[in-house]
Design a protein around this ligand. Structure first.
Ligand code: NAP
Ligand code: HSE
Length: 439
């Protein structure tokens, strides 16, 4: 008996999956019992880097999900539609699903998992989060005995690749992003990476697994990295930090009932000796805190063909092993969440901040800033004043400007932004290009 795979998509991830399935020697022996039946693509004329006879290819993806011979549908095409309809149709036809599509799961996971439960099929999602790192399996099974209190991670490879190169060489954002696209790390629309949507999708999935409730994507605070400039990178370095796009999900600190979560994605200043500061390039890392484990950190390649295919094929193996054993649905491999978590608004959280101001280069500016912060109970940890940085500027012709970087102590977001609102009205302020939270 062989188990037949219908592959929806043969791009970066699909090509990696096909390469493993076509070359099982030296890998798990079960792979010899798994074969690709059909591959669904958009273009039948594109040159492919895997060798598959012509008859494998089709642009009729509906036929794949309706094919009674196919046991497992592997969705690595991306996007919401037609991926969603195809996955739901495959489930209705009793097929197991393996997907790398975090955007789909984070938006429509409730409908997909409800349908899968009703039909008694698996929806496996290891590849949807952190590429090759087995974090989904860890949260579902290996760490299942723990009461999880927090997840903190670098969970988008593209943005970590961009920030790492900006730190190393001060290269321009655009040229590094183009390289990330060439390497197959970026989403079809790279703003999903750069603006933090992809990391928000992933932390929604991880938080749901860690805390046992569904997460509404709209409840997650999200900021991307497009506002980070080489000036911020240089200032952060001078202050002893590295800028990373972090995804955080934890029990809300102010909530004694432990009933709401603090979930966010934003650029963060990470102290340079913190373990996450040295996670570079496309590597992802995620720290899980729980009782009784304490703390465990996973790291590995977070995007790319081989890394992601490693996770996809592991899920195929799990499904096939379960089918071979004739098991009912193994509850540890499924998702059975019913309720939505309450997520604390960011304005109720307490954070330390880095703020970069461009001010008029005149006496008393730092005093004005300090007075505004003081009025709102914001204590300052450090103040870095640069000599005049911008001698000419399009909007302030021939006027000298100065740059002031302030690091606050921990402060309620409400107080911090009340101070910022007042600072925005100071005549000595030119603009506030960047505000970044500190880990
Ligand atoms: P990709 O390189 O753009 O490949 C997409 C594949 O799907 C292509 O083969 C394309 O066909 C096919 N396809 C897309 N829309 C189609 C449609 N409407 N009809 C028929 N075929 C269609 O994408 P990818 O990078 O492999 O990503 C695939 C999924 O994996 C996405 O959900 C992504 O978020 C996720 N993921 C990616 C990575 C990564 O590192 N790239 C890592 C983890 C998860 P053609 O080849 O004919 O154009
Ligand atoms: N675009 C994603 C990233 C792919 O860069 O992390 C992996 O999910």
């Amino acid at each position: 008996v062989t188990y037949k795979i219908g592959l929806l998509g043969l791009g970066t991830v699909g090509t990696g999956v096909a390469s493993i399935l076509l070359d099982p020697a030296g890998r798990n022996h079960l792979l010899k019992e798994i074969e690709i039946k059909q591959v669904g693509v958009r273009s039948l004329t594109k040159t492919r880097t895997v060798t598959l006879a012509e008859h494998y290819y089709t642009d009729d993806l509906v036929a794949i999900v309706n094919d009674p011979d196919i046991d497992v549908v592997v969705e690595v095409m991306g996007g919401i539609e037609p991926a969603k309809s195809l996955v739901l149709k495959a489930i209705a036809n009793g097929k197991h699903i393996v997907t790398a599509n975090k955007a789909l799961l984070a938006r429509h996971g409730d409908e997909i998992f409800t349908a899968a439960k009703a039909t008694g099929v698996y929806v496996m999602l290891e590849a949807s989060v952190c590429g090759g790192i087995p974090i989904v399996q860890a949260l579902k099974q290996s760490l299942g005995a723990n009461r999880i209190s927090g997840l903190t991670g670098i969970i988008n490879g593209t943005t970590n690749y961009i920030l790492t190169r900006m730190h190393a060489a001060g290269e321009s954002f655009e040229s590094i992003l183009a390289d990330a696209q060439k390497l197959g790390y970026a989403e079809a629309d790279p703003s999903a990476d750069v603006d933090g949507f992809d990391a928000a999708d992933k932390i929604a999935i991880l938080a749901s697994l860690a805390f046992g409730d569904r997460i509404k994507l709209g409840d997650i605070y999200r900021e991307g990295i497009s506002g980070i400039t080489n000036t911020d990178i240089a200032a952060a370095t001078e202050l002893g930090f590295v800028i990373k796009l972090l995804a955080i999900a934890r029990r809300a600190q102010t909530d004694t009932q432990n009933s709401s979560l603090d979930i966010r994605v934003h650029p963060t200043l990470v102290p340079k000796h913190h373990p996450l500061a040295s996670i570079n390039g496309v590597t992802n890392a995620i720290r899980v805190e729980g009782d009784p484990i304490g703390e465990v950190v996973f790291s590995g390649p977070g995007a790319g063909s081989g890394a992601t295919a490693s996770a996809v094929v592991a899920d195929i193996l799990s499904v096939v092993a379960s089918l071979k054993a004739g098991q009912q649905i193994n509850q540890l491999m499924g998702c059975n969440h019913q309720h939505y978590a309450s997520v604390q608004p960011i304005k109720h959280t307490v954070n330390q901040f880095y703020v970069r101001f461009i001010t008029r280069n005149q006496p008393g500016v730092i005093g004005d800033l300090g007075t505004c912060f003081g009025k709102h109970g914001v204590s300052l940890e450090s103040v870095l004043q640069k000599p005049v940085l911008l001698k000419t500027s399009q909007d302030v012709a021939n006027e000298e400007l100065a740059e002031v970087v302030i690091v606050t102590q921990k402060v309620a977001e409400g107080n911090f932004y009340a101070a910022i609102a007042e600072i925005n009205n100071l005549p000595s302020l030119h603009k506030i290009p960047t505000v970044i939270r500190i880990l």
